[in-house]
Write a protein that binds this ligand. Sequence first.
Ligand SMILES: Nc1ncnc2c1ncn2[C@@H]1O[C@H](COP(=O)(O)OP(=O)(O)OP(=O)(O)O)[C@@H](O)[C@H]1O
Ligand SMILES: [Mg+2]
Ligand SMILES: [Zn+2]
Length: 669
Amino acid sequence: MTQQSSLFSDDFSLEDPSMAQEARLVLKKVFGYQSFRGLQGEIVTHAARGGDSLVLMPTGGGKSLCFQIPGLIREGLTIVISPLISLMQDQVQTLQENGLRACAYNSSLGLKEKRQVEKDLLAGQVDFLYLAPERLMTQACQDLLEEIDINGGKGGGLGLFAIDEAHCVSKWGHDFRPEYRRLNYLAKRYPNVPRMALTATADKFTRADIIRELKLEKARVFMGSFDRPNLTYHLTKRIRQGSEQILNFLKDHEGECGIIYCLSRRKVEETATFLKIKGYPALPYHAGLDNATRRDHQEQFLQSENMIIVATIAFGMGIDKPNVRFVAHMDLPKNIENYYQETGRAGRDGLPAVVQLFYGARDIVVLKMMMRKNNRGTGRFFFESENLESMYSFASSTACRRQTILQGFDEDFRGPCGNCDNCFSLAQEEGFSAREWAMKILVLYYRAKHLQSPQDLCDLARGLVTLKVREKKWFELENFGFLMDTPEKGVLYGIRQLMSHGFLKMDWNKGGLLQLTPLALDFLKEEKDLYFRDNPKRLTQKVKPTTAEKAATKKKKAAKKATTKKATTKKATKKIAKKTTNKAKPAPTKLKADAGGLFEHLKELRRKESKKRRLPAFKIFHDQTLKEMAENLPESNEELLDLYGVGEAKLKKYGKVFLKGIADYQMNL
Ligand SMILES: Nc1ncnc2c1ncn2[C@@H]1O[C@H](COP(=O)(O)OP(=O)(O)OP(=O)(O)O)[C@@H](O)[C@H]1O
Ligand SMILES: [Mg+2]
Ligand SMILES: [Zn+2]
């Protein structure tokens, strides 16, 4: 059974009111949050009552609380399986900051520390134990678990298994870790201990793999919406290396934290150096750097409030830095799923963040070469290269970005979202009017009554008489060959654009076949416009513009930019305001003018504490908490407790300092 998300749902209290109340109490007292997000409430109560679950929520959606709260409600130890030491340390630190008894058991511990952890575990002194799957599979660790389970210690044995980043179990996913597959041992050995698998990977193959490999057939599947309404999507064609474009982009993001992704280590180094020369606080991160440097750069980035990290995709999984205000890609990601995961690292605090991709057609060549090198069989190559083509079409498409992403995750989101470049711009109406073109192709597809790959459909439209065409008598179809005069590349471009708009979809369950979607049927029925950026007919002829033509275009563009930039944005905004059905979340309220100074003052206070305690600033309080302090001017512990992210442990640690800070500031006004 799959449960879809209902935002801020409160339905879960109906099932078991007392459990729901307990869950809410823990949420407020320990974590300082007022309400559950999306399906969190249902998930927490389900697990607290001993049910198995599979939790699918976007990056930054709030999966950790889903196992942390039932972990606290249930008797006994909660074991969290996590793939990376850095991830474990990060979460352990967050839990400890909230006053909880959490520890990691991994190679970073010395022998003495290990013995201490073991002792604490057996004495029931630990609420959360973080482990890598490899560690769990060692005999020593299994013996330890047995002992906890049998003797129980004072803590009531084993309470819950949480398998975080569960997509690592799947070969379809991006971080396959064979050891994750051995976790099915938990189902066999501890059938009465509830298990929860969590991932931000939305595609259904990975989902099916997780269920099968982890023996979660009976688990309840909770699937939240994958929309990240606070992210603004921009995808732009790269000009040369994109250096000028990234500089322009950064001008709008001075003093903000961000991640810039590059495909190769070399480009990471070059970009970081280039930005440093231009005066930006940028640091490189890639697998070619030694461990100590990598760790140091990651640490610096986590601590900072204005640093840019330039990285390969080796950087990022599970980085819970809330105030990353932008993610920029200098090259095309391998597929939309990766793009989504990488961009998802921006705006985890729910405040507006911008994601910007610069892409070029050359990226496809380079990436395909890399895929061939990895050589994991032709089927795999076909799958990967189709996904890459979809990524490219998505980048160059005029469709609402959010719609393409969410439709790709089987979520029926209809644009315009009002918060992506295509929804902002009117450019689509200046492109190729493709309604008739699309209708003909879709009808042709429909009449052929057989599933086809994009290539097959392209051949039909171009009137190629293949063996299959003869056999099926497709040449008799109404629109057969209607694109005879369009080059193959152009037809494929158009078909892939239709895929980006969500009209056609690859069904990988059937080995990669095209399918018509409900969106296409709506399109055929309605009188909706459709625009492509380019005219398919003119796609392959690589006509090099003459120098005179180039100069003319440049001049035209410059003039247009100057006159229409403001007008377009205004017009577009107006238009969107009228058209938008799925509005993005409202921008967070700006601070009142007089609260701004106090906010800065509190930030300074937090900086001092962070230095003193050697903790990243956001682990003390999020920006949101400081903003609420500046707005509400709390004077007592009770008033402080009412604010976002202030639980009892943090109140005890920091309450005095911050209350004093607020009072002092007001005195000096
Ligand atoms: N109910 C809530 N109210 C307020 N903030 C919340 C709530 N739930 C989670 N958060 C905050 O949202 C942020 C992201 O949560 P979390 O780290 O659990 O994300 P995640 O889903 O595990 O993402 P990832 O896939 O990247 O690991 C955290 O800072 C967390 O404290
Ligand atoms: Mg997480
Ligand atoms: Zn949009």
